[in-house]
Design a protein around this ligand. Structure first.
Ligand code: ADP
Ligand code: ZN
Ligand code: ZN
Length: 669
């Protein structure tokens, strides 16, 4: 009798043993998708290996599902590695990796490729133009050629200033990989913000691109998954979870904008898609290509240690100049005349560009009308009843909203505490800027792009299309407008407040600010006319703000890496965040203290630094009190040993307290 071990699609940890009936043996192999009796019902799972053991009450595999629903070997291995690395049950990882509905029912017949192309948006008519590569592009392509020809794993970091033509390098590398009979995985931070990238891949590889993203219906996702699994798609383009796409013949993984925090899954099974992309390339013997104008300090450190090969594009294509970036010191009252939000230098520059028929991007990383409402008479701040955060004022209709739990209530006209009518709004958001623009530029339509205007399935594409077609000259928005967009008509970028985010209590606040400012600046001057950028700030001397004035990332990275080393933060050390939450604050605090006690008594205690336990910066969320404890060490083995033991001990039986382990956290709030 053949005995197997299987991982079951359920959060119950561990492997399960089954017998495999003779008639199923010919079709079963590691990675096969199985239907398994489980408890009193049945579940699906995957065959891990043939090392099952004879046990009383051993049950038999009910069914081996069709081969096209199985996992390729490197993917089975990747999910197993991820489960171990992130301290998550393997079943949880697989549930995140394999979209729901993939195994349901029978696979449908093949779909004609035209159907998929029809799905691609017509709002970008980019032809399959091939540019003659610049010298720097040619050098990068040659290095990629060499890596691909060598076969086997390697990672290359492509640091290219904004507008240097990184996408062209991705496309050429993809061409080579496909010519060699391979498949290509392309990860992007958010599909709705990358229509140009999608169009360029689709026109270069017509009918051979499958797209995987979170706004798809189950059926769309399932079709894309199956096309990928069958090897029909040469290129799979997707967001974070696409790192688990079932490509049987992976040769190249591209991670565009590799520094983006959205590659980190922040809830449930927490993983970093960029890091898993590199691991996956290792397991598949493929080449990983990480691209960015503002590489993460983690990737830069890997390049310095020569784990990654660094490729650089230091100039824009067609000898176009990088934008001229200037600061506007908002402390100076004379710049605030017609408006407190839009300085005279910015208004004058806007008037000039609007007169010339050119386009403008305005960036403010704060949505809503105002971020706080405070009573001048008694000082009361209007807060969320469920979370320890101020409510944001939204207008038309006037409403107070919690940006964390979505609590809503009508905007009060008097102070809820003392009934005073003296109410002060502070911290302008995009809605306030929009109304200010309406007052100052009544004849110019404005496209506003933030989470509130992009809830619909096609709203991103509609708004970006309106701006791309030049039906509007002004695009205003949050970080959504800072991403990889290539609008040649934009000659002015205005940053309404460069300081938003600088003082968030997170060790990456500076890095993130520098990245956003550099990225948004890079939207200016990408066409035939040069660009200007005006950064309004109250902190003109802050290193992250100053770094946005400098071309290239060396200066900032050098400074910041030194700080991280000094203060023991990544990439100088590795970090694990242990988060506790519960409805009873005393219980949460006690559980946190107990865990800290266990950490202090752990055999590896002298090798692992510990911060906390302390209330999280967001001390209460959805009525749950939150505490955290940070573990950090340069000794990964010691850090993991301690984390494993602490995770295993959990909250020591305090069932009302939840413990979450976040390995390599992206935010430590
Ligand atoms: P990045 O991603 O580096 O900011 P893109 O890949 O979006 O830049 O390229 C910027 C623009 O330059 C695009 O419109 C692209 O078609 C164009 N481009 C790319 N390579 C070349 C080249 N070698 N010559 C001329 N134009 C190019
Ligand atoms: Zn009051
Ligand atoms: Zn709330």
């Amino acid at each position: 009798m053949t005995l197997i071990r299987a991982v079951v699609l359920s959060p119950v940890p561990g492997l399960f043993h089954y017998s495999l009936p003779n008639e199923l043996q010919a079709v079963a192999r590691p990675g096969s998708r199985l239907r398994l009796p489980f408890g009193r019902s049945s579940r699906e799972g995957f065959l891990v290996d043939f090392k099952g053991e004879e046990k009383p009450g051993l049950k038999a595999v009910a069914e081996v599902l069709p081969e096209e629903l199985s996992l390729p070997p490197d993917l089975l291995e990747l999910t197993s590695w991820a489960a171990d690395y992130y301290f998550a049950p393997w079943g949880d990882v697989l549930m995140a990796a394999v979209p729901s509905g993939v195994g349901k029912g029978r696979a449908r017949k093949k779909k004609a490729p035209e159907e998929d192309e029809a799905r691609l948006r017509p709002d970008s008519p980019a032809p399959a133009s091939t540019h003659l590569p610049t010298d720097e592009q040619a050098a990068a392509i040659a290095a990629l050629d060499q890596a691909l020809a060598a076969g086997g794993y390697s990672t290359l970091l492509l640091e290219g200033v904004t507008g240097s033509g990184k996408t062209e390098v991705y496309l050429r590398a993809a061409e080579r990989a496909i010519q060699a009979g391979g498949q290509v995985l392309v990860l992007v931070p958010e599909i709705a913000l990358s229509p140009q990238l999608e169009t360029r891949f689709a026109s270069r590889f017509p009918g051979r691109v499958a797209v995987l993203h979170s706004r798809q219906t189950d059926r769309e996702r399932r079709e894309a998954w199956l096309r990928t699994r069958r090897g029909e798609a040469a290129v799979v383009l997707g967001v974070r979870a696409a790192v688990f796409a079932p490509l049987p013949n992976l040769k190249l993984v591209v991670v565009d904008e590799e520094h983006e925090p959205s590659y980190k899954q922040m809830e449930g099974f927490r993983y970093h898609a960029r890091d898993l992309a590199v691991k996956r390339a290792q397991l598949a013997g493929a080449v990983a290509l990480l691209g960015s104008a503002t590489p993460s300090l983690e990737s830069r450190a890997n390049a310095i240690r020569e784990r990654y090969q660094l490729l650089r594009l230091t100039r824009r294509v067609d000898s176009r100049p990088l934008p001229d970036v200037r600061l506007v010191d908002m402390r100076d009252r004379t710049v605030r005349q017609r408006s407190t939000l839009l300085s005279e230098p910015l208004l004058e520059a806007m008037e000039e560009k609007l007169g010339l028929g050119e386009q403008i991007i305005l960036f403010l990383n704060r949505r809503g009308f105002s971020s706080t409402m405070q009573c001048r008479a008694c000082g009361e701040i209007c807060k969320c009843p469920r979370c320890d955060v101020p409510l944001t004022v939204h207008r038309n209709p006037g409403e107070m909203r919690c940006h964390y739990c979505d609590f809503r209530m009508p905007e009060p006209t008097v102070c809820p505490a003392c009934q005073s009518i003296e109410i002060k709004l502070a911290g302008a958001g995009t809605q306030k800027v929009e109304s200010e623009l309406g007052r100052l530029f009544p004849d110019f339509p404005i496209v506003r792009m933030d989470l509130d205007t992009t809830r619909g399935r096609t709203s991103h594409a509609d708004l970006l299309g309106e701006f791309a077609d030049r039906r509007a000259q002004i695009l205003l928005g949050t970080q959504m407008v800072a991403k990889g967009h290539d609008f040649p008509g934009v000659t002015l970028v205005g940053v309404i407040l460069a300081d938003v985010g600088l003082y968030i209590p997170d060790f990456r606040a500076s890095e993130r600010t520098w990245q956003l400012l550099t990225q948004v600046s890079g939207r200016a001057g990408r066409g035939s006319q040069p660009g200007t950028v005006l950064l309004q700030t109250y902190f003109p001397d802050h290193p992250a703000v100053r770094a946005a004035l400098v071309t290239g990332s060396e200066a900032f990275a050098e400074l910041e890496l030194a700080e991280r080393t000094l203060f023991h933060y990544p990439p100088a050390v590795r970090l694990v965040s242990l988060r506790l939450s519960g409805k009873d604050e005393t219980e949460v605090r006690t559980a946190a203290e107990e865990i800290a006690g266990r950490a202090a008594a752990h055999p590896e205690a002298d090798k692992v630094g510990r911060l906390g336990p302390a209330p999280a910066a967001l001390a209460r969320l959805r009525n749950r009190f939150r505490y955290h404890l940070l573990l950090r060490s340069g000794d990964l083995r010691a850090l993991r040993a301690m984390t494993r033991d602490l995770a295993q001990a959990g909250t020591g039986g305090r069932r009302a307290v939840r413990l979450e382990v976040d390995v390599d956290p992206v935010e430590t709030l």
